[in-house]
Write a protein that binds this ligand. Structure first.
Ligand SMILES: [Zn+2]
Length: 291
């Protein structure tokens, strides 16, 4: 069933787990995520990001996302990830998205707060949930999170979210979800990531009721640290790179084994879907944190 993100986050807080949030720019990804969530009997979030327009335009994928969400046996929110352009977000509202991330984290704190506050006032009456970001999520590769440049990763702490600032931001804006920075990066990791779990605990302790904490960059943070982040209060985890890069090596083997004979694309697409479903299941089981 299609629901708002807020509704899912309420359940997450009640049962102390994090909902998985997955980008679904292809039909195979979309079906893989829905199958995995139904298999586990857990709610899920389907994402579309502005920078995926070159893979598939929002007008094409949105009706599929909302249709799959409506027909799913579990609660599903349809969410815009890292939305930055106002007209694009209005298009998402028209297309039936039930949740929008309005990412103004590249602006000075005051401006970020002001813009998000106005956006919340605008879409909350429509039943649409809002996620914002405070602190900055660094990128480990150019092109991810709306095509921003690769970040300087020599000192991740300079991107970290300040707990007091986060609490004030949540109170002033009334956002339903807040992405915080504590050691994760977008894309894949160079070496073992080190998450500042204590920071999550401090932010969580100051958060007003009704604002859930979000972790971006969930690919490659490892089972133990991810579990610790959920235990500390993370309620939504964005996960994409590990899922989206999983099918290629498997498909490559199939093509290689065919030894130059024709390979049907339908078979490859189906196989890609199965590989991604397994990846999503594996991730969601960690996020559920023995719910
Ligand atoms: Zn992100």
């Amino acid at each position: 069933m299609l629901v708002s993100l807020k509704e899912i986050l309420k359940d997450c807080e009640c049962h102390k787990y994090a909902v998985g949030s997955f980008n679904t720019p292809t039909l195979e990804t979309l079906r893989a995520v829905i199958h995995a969530a139904e298999g586990l009997g857990a709610p899920v979030v389907l994402n579309h990001a502005e920078n995926e327009e070159e893979v598939i335009p929002i007008e094409v994928i949105a009706p599929l996302m909302t249709e799959y969400a409506k027909n799913a046996k579990v609660p599903v929110a349809v969410h815009i990830d890292h939305g930055e352009t106002f007209p694009y977000l209005m298009k998402a509202v028209r297309l039936g998205f039930t949740s929008i991330m309005y990412d103004c984290s590249n602006l000075p704190h005051g401006q970020n707060m002001e813009k998000v506050k106005r956006f919340v006032e605008l879409v909350h009456p429509l039943g649409i949930s809002v996620e914002a970001e405070i602190g900055a999520m660094p990128n480990n590769m150019a092109g991810c999170a709306n095509g921003h440049e690769k970040s300087d990763l020599s000192n991740l702490e300079k991107y970290f979210t300040d707990p007091e600032e986060a609490a004030d931001f949540a109170k002033q804006t009334g956002v339903d979800a807040l992405a915080v920075s504590f050691g994760t990066v977008h894309g894949s990791y160079e070496g073992e990531p080190k998450l500042d779990i204590e920071r999550v605990e401090r932010i969580k302790a100051l958060m007003p009721e009704g604002t859930a904490l979000v972790m971006h960059g969930g690919s490659g943070t490892g089972k133990e640290q991810t579990r610790a982040a959920v235990t500390a209060g993370i309620r939504k985890i964005n996960y994409f790179t590990a899922m989206d890069t999983a099918p290629a090596p498997v498909l490559f083997e199939v093509i290689k084994r065919a030894g130059g004979e024709p390979v049907h694309y339908g078979r490859l697409a189906r196989l890609a879907m199965e590989v991604m479903e397994e990846k999503v299941k594996e991730a969601m089981e960690i996020f559920l944190n023995s719910r």
